[in-house]
Design a protein. Structure first.
Length: 267
């Protein structure tokens, strides 16, 4: 028997112990930090959970995380249809998510992928001895949030919410009164620290500013959780080398994808 329903917080709590954060960091973030703000569409076969589509509406695009319960067969087209109806999403809306290779092939097989996927690395901090001590970095004050918001937008950053600026520490480097580099977190508590939103002004790149920012953010993150993560595009080799030089190691290779919830082959 095939059924679908929106998961409750109790369902999420039961699911949480079965999620490996290193392998499923995005979905783990949805069922921890975003659990009160996301919607979770679950598929059950004979009352056994097989897969979950989690939807988060606070980014600049419809954001999703997909979780395929190991060794469970899923009826993907039915889950897509249920998800589309549950959130009343326009059939032409372009959504975003991050997928492992197995799930990427699944999305491709239903004709959902819109553009060429971007290779993406999840990195985890492993060696504190490689971090720098810096006097260049200062904490962003509440009165400077609007300046930081504008700085991130000008830098092309779109994977953040206003609440991240308000609830997580943000650090910056200034010349005079102007920011030339900023960085912060996507998540910042004892369950999950993920460094993110690191942007250096174009004309100031090559000066090691991101390295100093990342070091300070990692030092700060280690005070909240022993596990500190970050994500980076695989083809951004200068950034990957910076993070490796600071003691980060790649733990998962994934893909950032744009997709729709309307299959080219019908669903």
């Amino acid at each position: 028997m095939l059924t679908h329903r929106i998961l409750t917080h109790h369902d999420i709590l039961e699911l949480l112990p079965h999620i490996n954060a290193d392998q499923n960091l995005l979905f783990y973030s949805y069922v921890t930090q975003r659990k009160k703000k996301a919607l979770y569409m679950g598929q059950f076969v004979h009352n056994q959970l097989t897969a979950v589509f989690a939807y988060f509406s606070e980014l600049s695009f419809p954001a999703f995380s997909f979780f395929h319960v190991e060794e469970q067969n899923i009826f993907f087209s039915e889950l897509i249809a249920f998800t589309r109806e549950a959130i009343k999403l326009d059939e032409n809306a372009v959504c975003g998510t991050i997928l492992c290779q197995r799930d990427l092939e699944l999305f491709k097989s239903f004709g959902l992928i819109q553009e060429k996927p971007q290779r993406f690395l999840t990195m985890k901090h492993q060696d504190e001895t490689k971090l720098l001590e810096s006097n260049m970095v200062e904490k962003v004050s509440e009165s400077e949030y609007s300046d930081v918001l504008n700085f991130l937008h000008r830098g092309g950053m779109r994977f953040f919410t206003r609440s991240e600026l308000e609830n997580c520490p943000f650090l910056g480097i200034k010349e005079g009164n102007d920011f030339i580099a900023v960085g912060g977190y996507h998540f910042y508590d004892s369950r999950l620290v993920e460094v993110g939103n690191i942007v250096t002004r174009l004309d100031c790149r090559g000066r090691g500013l991101a390295k100093h920012l990342t070091s300070e953010l990692t030092h700060l993150g280690k005070k909240r959780s022993p596990d500190v993560y970050l994500g980076v595009l695989a083809d951004n080799l200068p950034a990957v080398r910076v993070y490796e030089g600071l003691g980060y190691q790649t733990i998962e290779e994934l893909s950032i994808v744009d997709f729709t919830l309307t299959s080219k082959y019908g669903s």
